[in-house]
Design a protein around this ligand. Structure first.
Ligand SMILES: NC(=O)c1ccc[n+]([C@@H]2O[C@H](COP(=O)([O-])OP(=O)(O)OC[C@H]3O[C@@H](n4cnc5c(N)ncnc54)[C@H](OP(=O)(O)O)[C@@H]3O)[C@@H](O)[C@H]2O)c1
Length: 334
């Protein structure tokens, strides 16, 4: 089968479309014929090792231990291991399989998958898992979101941010989306109540305060974020610039106040219960995946290059040749 492989760390130029052996599912695994996969910063980090910790935390010190990329997938179950209970051949599934999704076939433990939302194309379903789980878990678990709260999403136009705006609205929050000028209409169409154009206004300096700030992108210092919180407000760092990520990791707990402002972060976990919640939201139309661009498998390097530029509007998707379903309704790309 065809798969995207990287034998060394580097730019998307090191990616190759190779013939590799079709995988065989272990006892607890499902073999998926992949129809679509989506690209995440997670893939970018494992490709480039731009965050050095990737090398120290099992990625491989000098070269990648796992040469395959692609966490988010949607496809059809082709075979199941003997201990698999939830799926059978023919089922349409989506999930976050960690690595190996940029390929015609992939194996994954059943615990990383759920049945695909019935109203979504494979491309739309592949756009969901990692970004939407980050938004859901960050807002609900770390952020303790409550109806009526004032919630600000920084980086509202990207993969995580487009889900965060919609999920915060579903929780009943009054949502402020922060994005650049060209994405104001998109944020409005996703339901944001207020929109701040970060090229014109710095929300940490306008005197407004929020019960919850979810930071998906960009950079502000932790003290600036803290200033923009209400007295018991919560800051949740999901991503953004390297400085933003490391400040939250190293200083977040020290800057939290007992009974007062909390400075935390989210590290998304694959969870079938949460995938089921997302499936319900998607099927009810409460949340809609936003797809910027679609690439074919042999254009995977281009897809990663585009994501790496940092201005994708919603999600970037890769479709496999032979995909029988190339339709999606929310295509915002050129
Ligand atoms: N914690 C976790 O478990 C977890 C899971 C998934 C992702 N992440 C992290 O979350 C972050 C966001 O991921 P993503 O998939 O949303 O990335 P993405 O899709 O690549 O984000 C691109 C978006 O960022 C916006 N952006 C760029 N600079 C900005 C700025 N200064 N202020 C506000 N928005 C800005 C861009 O909008 P404009 O064009 O309008 O600037 C663009 O729409 C990444 O750092 C990723 O590593 C973390």
């Amino acid at each position: 089968m065809k798969a995207i492989v990287h034998e060394k760390y580097g730019s998307p130029d090191v990616l190759q479309l190779n013939d590799v052996e079709k995988p065989t599912p272990k006892d607890d695994e499902v073999l998926i014929k992949v129809y679509a996969a989506s690209v995440n910063k997670y893939d970018w980090h494992f490709l480039t090792a731009d965050i050095f910790l990737i090398r120290l935390m099992g990625g491989g010190l000098l070269k990648p231990k796992n040469t395959r990329l692609g966490a988010d997938v949607a496809g059809r179950v082709e075979a199941v291991g003997k201990n698999v209970k939830q799926f059978q051949p023919g089922d349409e599934v989506f999930g976050d399989i960690g690595h190996g999704g940029f390929a015609e076939y992939a194996c994954a433990p059943e615990s990383r998958l759920a049945l695909k939302p019935s109203n979504l194309s494979f491309e739309e379903a592949a756009a969901v898992p990692m970004a939407a789980l980050t938004a859901l878990q960050g807002l609900r678990d770390t952020g303790q979101i409550q109806p009526g709260q004032k919630v600000l999403i920084n980086g509202a136009a990207g993969g995580v941010g487009t889900f965060a705006v919609q999920i915060a609205k579903w929780f009943g929050a009054e949502v402020t989306a922060v994005c650049s000028t060209r994405n104001l209409d998109q944020a409005r169409s996703l339901g944001a109540d207020h929109i701040i154009d970060y090229t014109k206004e710095n929300f940490t300096q306008n005197g407004q305060q929020y019960d919850l700030i979810f930071a998906a992108n960009g950079y502000h210092s932790l003290s600036a974020y803290k200033r923009a919180l209400t007295p018991k407000g919560i800051y949740v760092m999901a991503g953004g610039s390297t400085a933003q990520i490391f400040q939250a990791m190293l200083m977040g707990s020290r800057m939290s106040e007992t009974g007062g402002k909390k400075m935390g972060g989210v590290s998304a976990k694959i969870d079938q219960k949460d995938l089921a919640i997302l499936k319900e939201l998607l099927e009810a139309g409460k949340v809609v995946p936003v797809i910027d661009k679609c690439y074919t498998l042999n254009e995977a390097a281009e897809a990663l290059r585009y994501l790496g530029e940092g201005h994708a509007r919603g999600k970037v998707v890769i479709t496999m040749e032979g995909s029988e379903d190339k339709q999606h309704n929310n295509y915002v790309g050129d």
